[in-house]
Design a protein around this ligand. Structure first.
Ligand SMILES: [Zn+2]
Length: 232
């Protein structure tokens, strides 16, 4: 069974992909908005999961990319081509998307610092993706219209320069890699371009009334845990 969350105005959020990278779909039962595509190797699973929810590709109006690291958008070009959906991403990452490569983030622990430095050598070859264009480029905030009224996108930079989060009915928020849900009792992603900016984004996330935070990797994070970790 896919994990799912329901909001008061009738949106359901399903987690389409887990494991390596998470992917979500938000639906009102008719129209759908997909958040992140995961890697190309997960593409057939992504499509099969949508099918099992009775969401045809033609019902997908938007693909929102929390950011353009390859593990979140490697299947984007293929998904856009097959669904005809519009792409929403940060204005600060649309040039990366156009050339199919996003600079890799820095490691923030001794181990991930070394890994990030090694990754620099492998760069283009391993971490590029099929390029695509962004239709709606978000700077600070963007509120969607019907049938997605109640869904708002906000800039939550730090992990990457153009990281964005998707707030659903002020109840839950899909945060990409602004938070990391892989290790228990921890929310700090192992990689980030700017840790201070990311912590500012945490405060912005806490300033919403959302109680559930769905990350790009791992499991849902509670407001309590984010509160506890904020300020350290
Ligand atoms: Zn990332």
């Amino acid at each position: 069974m896919m994990k799912s969350w329901q909001t008061k105005s009738g949106f359901t959020v399903y987690q389409l992909l887990g494991g390596r990278s998470n992917s979500y779909v938000i639906t009102n039962g008719i129209d759908a908005l997909v958040v992140d595509t995961g890697k190309l190797t997960s593409y057939s699973t992504l499509i099969a999961r949508l099918q099992s929810l009775n969401i045809p590709l033609s019902a997908v109006r938007y693909l929102v990319l929390t950011h353009t690291h390859f593990d979140h958008c490697q299947a984007a070009a293929k998904f856009i081509e097959n669904s005809g959906c519009l792409v929403i991403a940060s204005v600060f990452e649309q040039e990366f998307a156009k050339r199919g490569f996003t600079p890799l983030p820095k490691g923030i622990t001794p181990v991930t610092k070394v890994i990030a430095r090694i990754a620099q050598f492998l760069k283009q070859k391993w971490f590029s993706y099929a390029p695509f264009s962004v239709d709606i480029a978000v700077r600070e905030t963007y509120a969607l219209n019907a049938p997605f009224e109640g869904i708002q996108i906000v800039a939550t930079p730090g992990h990457s320069v153009g990281s964005i989060s998707i707030i659903v009915d002020a109840e839950l928020v899909i945060v990409g890699d602004a938070l990391f849900g892989v290790f228990p009792n921890s929310i700090l992603p192992p990689y980030a371009d700017d840790v201070d900016r990311m912590r500012q984004s945490w405060r912005l996330l806490l300033s919403t009334s959302c109680s559930t935070f769905l990350p790009g990797h791992g499991c849902a994070i509670s407001r309590e845990l984010l509160n506890k970790k904020n300020g350290y």
